[in-house]
Write a protein that binds this ligand. Sequence first.
Ligand SMILES: [Cu+2]
Length: 616
Amino acid sequence: MAGANGNLHSSMSLAALLFAFFTLLILPGTANAANSGITRHYKFDIGLKNVTRLCHTRSIVTVNGQFPGPRIVAREGDRVVVKVINHIKDNITIHWYTKILATYDPCYNSLTNHPKYVVTIQIYVENRHGIRQLQSGWADGPAYVTQCPIQTGQVYVYNFTITGQRGTLFWHAHISWLRATVYGPIIILPEHNVPYPFVKPHKEIPIIFGEWFNTDPEAIIKQALQTGGGPNVSDAYTINGLPGPLYNCSAKDTFRLKVKPGKTYLLRFINAALNDELFFSIANHTLTVVDADAVYVKPFNTTTLLITPGQTTNVLLHTKPYYPNANFLMAARPYVTGQGTFDNSTTAGILEYESPSDVTQNIKKLPLFKPTLPTLNDTSFATNFTKRFRSLASPQFPANVPKTVTHRFFFTVGLGTNPCPKNHTCQGPNGSMFAASVNNVSFALPTTALLQAHFLRQSYKVYTADFPYEPTSPFNYTGNPPNNTNVSNGTKLVVLPFNASVELVMQDTSILGAESHPLHLHGFNFFVLGMGFGNYNPSKDPAKFNLLDPVERNTIGVPAGGWVAIRFQADNPGVWFMHCHLEIHTSWGLKMAWAVLDGDLPNQKLSPPPSDLPKC
Ligand SMILES: [Cu+2]
């Protein structure tokens, strides 16, 4: 699938299709510079589609009628232009997961009536000549953060360039719980003639985890937010949209990975599940991790992966040298640290070897080996596994860790409560309503987009710039929780000067139970300097920070009852969301945003919004 020709999406307009072939034809002569990227066009029609899993048929929100959604394939340095058309009655936005990227070309939107390829040829020429594009976050996607939702019947063109990333990312709906069905892979190949820093794989296969609900997830989250209680959990996990044979009425919906003996396969893992970190293993096979969140890592072998929602990882699978006369189950089930109810089921697919021509047998009669997965709460596995990720830190792929820090932050992350409104009954802890917070601020989304308010300098009544740098009332974060578990509610941002060097320690709390929180930062990759259990100790722990080869990624689990320290360079002007990627925690308020100011130079400024930016 990863060939450059495998990416041309069937719904692309003829004009765009012609253009794509055109660029492929002329590219070989020009593809040696860092700026040799092309523009790849996709069209996403958001519509409803009937899909049946576990004998339950639901009308689900899809892109182009596909579940999971279509692949986006690009090379590092390419520009991706995705025209999103919302045909459903719900509002929608899409988040692209690529870091620093969005590049806005003012010519594009003034020429939207022209055939696409006329405009994109111009962009292509610009890129070839290496004109540094202004940076813009207007295409990032989170609703009410960088944009208002795309309303019914409306169109928004997301336009971004992929820089400094190679591996796998994903795109997904970034409003309410629509991500349950609206997600798909972003495959980023290295630039032309730049090899992988590992053996060339025979084939590349995306493996995307999700969660299937027999009832509408929008109704589930709406009810949970009304009652203040925990949400109903999913009915199955899925591999590439398929729950697999361990569920009732599901054997036919099983992902089968067909391989040849003696080959190396690149598996591109994505966890798009709403609320669950997942363990994954293939019986009798070892996996080699080579990439995390679209950044190469020092290769390491493991029989089991742990992948949090929001994370992606590339893994090499070396198949057995000879036809094994057996099938192998691959399975995923959750890693759970919280106290609430959860879906404890197991999704599975089957690894099948192509039988040699002289062997004729029914593949279904072969013995089936099953993997052993860690127990559901195996925090020691989670910790050991997470700590094995290291940057390549080579001359070609250096780890550019900020060595000095200009802005230091200490954020608590965890659950809490809001009081039940008068004359209501609530189903949260002790009759209250569940909430979640960062530094005890439960983030309330505004009714207009933060980035617009920031750009137009109209923050009044939209947000305040007083997000606390550290807890305003310190306590023993991982000891006995305080009696008062109420959070404060507000729309507070941290404002950073351009190019600030940020160090952020995120500390889990034991309020309503210690729990692992996969925190995702938009707009930047960060380096993971260290992690530990208990309360972070600012006088002792920094001495143990890894500044040489820390892993660079965009989503990291804050350990249950522990802390993680990260650093990033705030070199991307805009408003950047940071949130727990367990969707229920985000819904409860475990989110905040950073506003990064413009720098002095022209290429350090946020460009004006595109003319088709949706209105609230
Ligand atoms: Cu969380």
